[in-house]
Design a binder for this molecule. Structure first.
Ligand SMILES: Nc1ncnc2c1ncn2[C@@H]1O[C@H](COP(=O)(O)OP(=O)(O)OP(=O)(O)O)[C@@H](O)[C@H]1O
Ligand SMILES: [Mg+2]
Length: 326
């Protein structure tokens, strides 16, 4: 049985997602009515095939990309939100997993204010589908845990609940984007290691380059080998390439076996800030801006890139890897 969710009163007076109904200070909103319909359809399909689950995307499951940086404030959350929209424009069903404890910046970018998070699934109060917020463009968002909760302190029983809940959405999404926090906390390391591919966002500032190298080094120390470098807030491709070469040189010299691939760049563009202030993602508000076009190009490149063959891309396996590492 699925139930409706409540959004907290919106402190900024922005748009909300889903169907809203006035109700005193709070509005009742079904956080994921479309996703729910998709899940029901998928379950009917599975039942019609004798209860056998099969992945709808050629048996490989969704691609799971983590977006990380070491240094804070380099544009991770804006890139996640707009890559999600670019994938949606390409006809893909996208889930954003906000792993930035307690800060919920992705919600602000989309102008949504979900009340529940994955902690409510762990405590057994909610099913996963009840806590997934859905943006007006149909992107699913798993809101971050509040700062007091910790996925690494789960009992075996709670881990099993989470795994079986994630199994229920495994056929719904084509792409999962994990927005990580700044820094090199255990939480950041775990999410990056569990993802199929890790996108490292770096700017031209020396501190950002040093911190990007720092997170690559730590993840490499835990066995990660492939990194896609995305250079943000630069004036042009020449500047982006020189940032990439600096990082690539350090990695090939000191981290033998690490592969740092140039994914591309997003130019410094005031339209990004304007879209954040308007609480409407860049690709909705200014799709033809230089940064909007760059992110759309990056999304195409990402989806065209070959998949890793050594990992199962299924969401349940992503969660299993995450919980095993923790
Ligand atoms: N290409 C860009 N051009 C101009 N400003 C940008 C660009 N990308 C991001 N910004 C601005 O940089 C700031 C930080 O962006 P964002 O919150 O996405 O970074 P973050 O890496 O997720 O930060 P945190 O580490 O705190 O989570 C925002 O004010 C955003 O408007
Ligand atoms: Mg962020």
């Amino acid at each position: 049985m699925f139930c409706s969710c409540f959004y907290t009163p919106n402190p900024f007076g922005n748009k909300r997602v889903g169907q809203t109904r006035q109700g005193g200070d709070e509005r009742t909103v079904d956080q994921a009515s479309n996703l729910r319909k998709m899940m029901q359809k998928e379950n009917q399909r599975i039942q019609s095939q004798g209860g056998k689950r099969s992945l709808i995307h050629g048996g490989t499951g969704p691609r799971v990309f983590s977006v990380t940086s070491g240094k804070g404030g380099v544009g991770k959350t804006n890139i996640v939100a707009n890559l999600a929209l670019a994938f949606t424009n390409m006809g893909k069903k996208v889930l954003i997993f906000d792993s930035d404890l307690g800060l919920a910046n992705i919600d602000i970018i989309f102008g949504i204010y979900p009340k529940y998070n994955i902690g409510h699934v762990i405590s057994g109060e909610k099913e996963l589908i009840d806590i997934i917020a859905e943006t007006s463009s149909g992107i699913g968002i798993i809101p971050a845990l509040s700062g007091q909760e910790n996925l690494s302190e789960l009992s075996e029983g709670q881990k099993l609940i989470l795994l079986s809940e994630f199994e229920t959405i495994e056929n719904v999404f084509d792409v999962v984007l994990v927005d990580t926090a700044a820094g090199i906390s255990n939480n950041v390391i775990y999410f990056n290691l569990a993802a199929e591919e890790c996108i490292v966002v770096v700017t031209g500032e020396p501190t950002s380059i040093t911190d990007a190298y720092g997170i690559i080094k730590v993840l490499f120390g835990h066995g990660a080998k492939h990194f896609k470098l995305l250079v943000n807030m630069v004036s042009d491709e020449d500047e982006a390439k020189s940032v990439y070469f600096t990082l690539n040189q350090a990695a090939s010299r000191f981290l033998k076996g690490a592969v740092t691939e140039y994914l591309g760049f997003v130019p410094a563009d005031k339209k990004i800030r304007e879209s954040v202030l308007a609480r409407t993602p860049l690709l909705e508000k200014f799709p033809d801006s230089p940064s909007g076009r760059a992110i759309s190009r990056l999304a195409k490149k990402l989806l065209a890139s070959p998949r890793r063959t050594d990992l199962d891309g299924n969401i349940k396996f992503f969660m299993q890897r995450l919980l095993n590492i923790m």
